[in-house]
Design a protein around this ligand. Structure first.
Ligand code: F6R
Length: 613
């Protein structure tokens, strides 16, 4: 989820790079860097100044950078290695004559690094990208040509990438390639451009081409030649761009939330990437807790706020079933005031997309002072929680601009469930075949999410039908209960309508009293073990005149018979279902907010990072 840009043949190459990075920076990156080349040397500048990185970069570049006609630039959202100048791109090889930028994740970077270091390469950063640079360097020694070297290096890489590589030996040439991570090329007269995102190039050219997976482009001033990994010439796709810069920043979507909903399959795939080795063992290398400690645990306590708390609730079902450990899930702001019983056999798991939420941070500090082991699941590398915890499990959802959490929540659920499986492996509470079965299913989540997101039009119709309602109740049972809570939270924060989430079984203990015609009940009745009971709850609210929307699995005729509206989702096993069941509830909230003319990216009274108690 980094941003990249490159240019060759431009009299104002430095401005192209800085202006392009500025247009990518709006999403909130942590560092930025550029490299401009001539035959003699590489002019490189990098800064890690949070969201001000590009502004600071502008101040540190020197006048002689202006004389170079080719260069590459990058804004980084850290995944491997904390945000720092040393980890910012571009990275160089051992000779200092080759520069590389990268967006994506090199899954086998540890194995590649071990081999390269043994062969004498010196790594000076913590990034997977630098490994890629040394790999190209190694191949360059053999092949002598940058294109061949990149092609040979990429044949060894597992994972996702869009890269751009330059060498001072041929400074007009940029070699760029992609697999999974996006990459576009632009040509305007004698100038050639590349970028990860359209906004970076708008204002420069609208003559854009898109690379497909495993295609490599050789850019020279005013020309591009694209080949596949076998060296066969391919015709890149022409991109028709009728966006202005603002809508391009939103990827052509109406708002960031919709864009981020569509980024969920990628967020899940990246969170899983490289975390299961060839033998099927789950490797969470930044957890920093030995197998001995994990085997000796007596309980797990999850602390979090808001949507992150809901992800923690889903994890409770997974931890208990798979790792056979007792689990408590606490609202972080309540946790330290209840005098929790903790010792070194307790694992306290903070969950936070920002890593800065003060209630969660304080809860984690309290747990540490009480002697517990403390880890955090978060989306921001080097955040306060990540720095203070004993170990970290990063979600790799990329920057989230919309105030309402979407892609970070599904990534949290996946990360927490990976942790549950890891505990089960270490503690021997699941067989190898059982773990492998769940992992196989997790790998299918990316596709299930694509499919679910693609059904937005059906959710929009339901939203239109209930647009006049003011009271919404979300019901769920088992892992569908946190899904219901999340659906209610999204709806209230985006549409400002009254929405509550309940476990279905609680209905007759109070809430049923307020159910009457005009209320909308959204029932999560996907295939969990309590589906029949959920349908009994549906009958209860229907009998009292509520309008019922049921979230059901494809082909579930039993549900269709009792509901006013059915939102169908693809089937998955009960513990993984929340990952895709949350999607139509996000969409429902977004459509209802839109029908009320509200800004879904910036709901009133709320902040993306809550640093006050
Ligand atoms: C809801 C939402 C909030 C956050 C909560 C915790 O859409 O975004 O409820 O989930 O403020 O924030 P983090 O995860 O940053 O600790």
């Amino acid at each position: 989820m980094c941003g990249i840009i490159g240019v060759t043949g431009a009299a104002d190459a430095l401005d192209v790079l800085l202006d392009g990075l500025e247009r990518l920076e709006y999403r909130g990156y942590d560092s930025a860097g550029i490299a401009l080349l001539d035959h003699e040397e590489i002019f490189r500048a990098r800064v890690a100044d949070g969201t001000h990185s590009v502004t600071t970069l502008r101040k540190v570049v020197k006048a002689d950078y202006r004389q170079r006609a080719a260069g590459i630039g990058h804004v980084r959202w850290a995944t491997h290695g904390h945000p720092s100048e040393g980890n910012a791109h571009p990275h160089l090889d051992c000779s200092g004559r080759l520069a590389i930028i990268h967006n994506g994740i090199v899954e086998n970077h540890s194995q590649l690094a071990a081999r390269l270091i043994k062969a004498g390469h010196v790594m000076v950063s913590e990034t997977d990208t630098e490994v890629l640079g040394h790999l190209v360097e190694e191949q360059l020694r053999r092949s002598g040509g940058l294109l061949e070297a990149v092609r040979a290096a990429l044949a060894e890489v597992r994972g996702s990438f869009s890269i751009a590589v330059m060498s001072a030996d041929d400074p007009e040439l940029i070699v760029a390639a992609r697999r999974i991570s996006p990459l576009i090329i632009g040509i305007d007269g004698a100038v050639s451009y590349l970028a990860s995102d359209i906004p970076a190039l708008l204002g420069r050219t609208r003559n854009l081409l898109a690379l497909d997976d495993d295609q490599i482009a050789e850019l020279r001033p005013g020309s591009v030649r694209v080949t596949d990994l076998d060296g066969q010439i391919v015709e890149p796709r022409q991109l028709i761009v009728d966006w202005d810069v603002e809508s391009a920043q939103k990827g052509g979507y109406d708002n960031f939330m919709t864009k981020e909903i569509h980024e969920q399959p990628r967020a899940v795939a990246d969170t899983l990437a490289g975390r299961v080795d060839a033998s099927g063992t789950i490797v969470l290398d930044q957890l920093l807790l030995s197998d001995e400690i994990l085997s000796g645990l007596s309980k797990i306590v999850v602390v979090a706020c808001g949507s992150s708390f809901h992800a923690g609730l889903v994890a409770k079902y997974a931890f208990e079933r798979w790792a056979r450990l007792p689990v408590e899930v606490d609202i972080a702001s309540e946790f330290r005031y209840r005098d929790p019983v903790l010792d070194e056999t307790c694992l306290v798991v903070g969950v936070s997309q920002s890593g800065e939420t003060v209630d969660t941070l304080q809860a984690m500090r309290h747990a540490r002072e009480s002697g517990a082991r403390v880890i955090v699941v978060c989306n921001v590398v080097d955040s306060s929680m990540a720095r203070e915890a004993d170990g970290v499990l990063y979600t790799r959802a990329g920057p989230e601009v919309g105030v309402a959490a979407t892609k970070t929540v599904v990534a949290q659920i996946v990360a927490l469930e990976l942790l549950g499986l890891h505990l089960a492996q270490v503690r021997g509470s699941l067989s190898g075949a059982e773990v492998a079965g769940v992992l196989d299913e997790m790998r299918q989540l990316e596709q299930l999410l694509e499919e679910t997101i693609g059904r937005a039009a059906a959710v929009e119709e339901v939203a239109e039908a209930v647009a006049g309602a003011r009271d919404f109740f979300f019901l769920g049972r088992h892992a569908g209960y946190p899904t219901a809570l999340e659906g209610a939270l999204k709806l209230k924060e985006l549409s400002y309508l009254h929405a509550e989430g309940y476990p279905g079984g609680e209905l007759k203990h109070g809430p049923l009293a307020v159910i009457e015609p005009g209320c909308v009940v959204v029932a999560v009745a996907t295939g969990g073990p309590l589906k029949e009971k959920m349908l009994a709850n549906v009958a209860e609210v229907k009998a009292r005149g509520a309008t019922v929307i049921v979230l059901a699995e494809d082909g579930d005729d039993e549900v269709a018979a009792v509901a006013d509206f059915v939102i169908s989702v693809p089937a998955a096993s009960d513990l993984l279902s929340p990952v895709k069941d949350i999607v139509p509830l996000q969409q429902l909230a977004s459509y209802l907010a839109r029908s009320r003319g509200l800004d879904v990216d910036r709901p009133r009274n709320l902040a993306k990072t809550v640093t006050v108690e």
